[in-house]
Design a protein around this ligand. Structure first.
Ligand SMILES: C=CC1=C(C)c2cc3[nH]c(cc4nc(cc5[nH]c(cc1n2)c(C)c5CCC(=O)O)C(CCC(=O)O)=C4C)c(C)c3C=C
Ligand SMILES: [Fe+2]
Ligand SMILES: [Fe+2]
Length: 323
């Protein structure tokens, strides 16, 4: 019976260090990727430069990972998302995770799928908003490895889903639970600040749809949440290039200067907790906000393995997958 053959459900994500010792080699892999970052010295010198930058950046970033427990939680969450979604889809679907810059890397996972005799795969990017820097790089890396390790594997890619209704619904649910923290305040007193990961502006200038996707997600979510003041800002703008604007810190300053006191920050381009929610938002932006007088500062919970979000992913696979 052809329709009972197993299908690999492969979730693609960035990956993160699984120990403090792994921070530097993880950063080296990341800075070696010219689809994410083109270091100024050209392709031939990308790796030597990556070695240098990862060495120096690791000193600072190790401390950030130490404060969130000594490792990135991204793999655990992505595994739970893969397993939970496959369970909702039924026995045919076998869950796998592939990370771009740390384990599990693509080649061993493909070898495992091949050894299990699985002939088809649905490959789902865990970045809802498309950019060449994340989804593009992950899918290219995946395709290169398929050609090498398992060219017979029939793959179907889901590369963007920023406007998927059940995803918007799940995000609206997280915002509503975040808003519960402001019970004694009026609606008009709470500012919702969506914070997406920044990209260098040159990606957008050359036609990358990332900003448009983020903005459409926010529109769709706010239609569901109702009438609040909201804005979008871009976080994690480190490195000497022109980044997307406005920056999250800058908007926090503006909100404080305008006399606001209550901010709900909503991480928007990430679908689970990782260093940029647990450290950058919960510690750095929280402390900045409070010091600026934004004394009621909260973050909406991440989507993680919430049942509504797993339902959204399962429905996405059911509808988009034609295998
Ligand atoms: C939508 C998600 C992300 C985009 C867009 C993105 C772009 C981007 N990131 C860097 C550089 C770094 N990213 C790092 C970690 C990291 N980034 C994302 C997501 C996006 N990045 C994730 C999920 C993670 C892993 C977090 C974890 O829990 O470990 C890092 C390492 C951490 C650090 O040093 O701050 C770097 C460096 C660039 C240059 C970029 C756009 C081109
Ligand atoms: Fe990043
Ligand atoms: Fe980042």
């Amino acid at each position: 019976m052809p329709d009972s053959k197993p299908i690999a459900l492969i979730l693609l994500n960035m990956g993160g260090p699984d120990s403090l010792e792994a921070v530097e080699p993880f950063l080296y892999n990341l800075f070696s990727d010219r689809e994410l970052i083109q270091l100024p010295a050209g392709a031939l010198l990308q790796k030597p430069f990556a070695k240098l930058i990862s060495h120096f950046r690791a000193k600072k970033v190790v401390e950030n990972y130490r404060t969130i427990g000594g490792q990135s939680p991204l793999l655990e969450w992505t595994k739970k998302q893969a397993e939970g979604t496959a369970k909702k889809l039924g026995d045919r679907y076998k869950p796998y995770v592939v990370m771009r810059y740390w384990h599990p890397r693509v080649e061993p996972v493909l070898a495992e799928i091949k050894a299990a005799g699985i002939e088809t795969a649905v490959v789902l990017s865990m970045y809802p908003h498309y950019t060449g820097a994340t989804t593009g790089s992950s899918i290219n890396d995946f395709k290169r490895a398929v050609t090498k390790v398992y060219p017979e594997l029939e793959c179907q890619f889901i590369a963007e889903w920023y406007d998927w209704p059940n995803y918007l619904e799940a995000l609206a649910n997280r915002i509503n639970s975040g808003l519960d923290n402001f019970h004694d305040l009026m609606r008009s007193e709470v500012q919702i600040l969506f914070s997406a990961h920044a990209l260098p502006q040159k990606f957008i200038d050359r036609g990358d749809p990332y900003r448009k996707h983020v903005e459409e997600t926010v529109q769709g979510v706010m239609q569901r949440v109702g009438c609040y003041d909201w804005s979008i800002a871009y976080q994690s703008r480190s490195g000497p290039v022109k980044w997307m604007e406005p920056g999250t810190e800058e908007v926090l300053h503006e909100l404080a200067e305008a006399g606001h006191r209550a901010v709900l920050m909503v991480p928007i381009s990430f679908v689970s907790d990782h260093i940029e929610t647990l450290e950058e938002i919960d510690i750095q932006y929280h402390d900045l906000a409070v010091s600026l007088g934004l004394v009621n500062f909260c973050r909406a919970p991440s989507l993680n393995d919430g049942d509504d979000f797993l339902d959204a992913l399962a429905e996405l696979v059911r509808v988009k997958c034609t295998i």
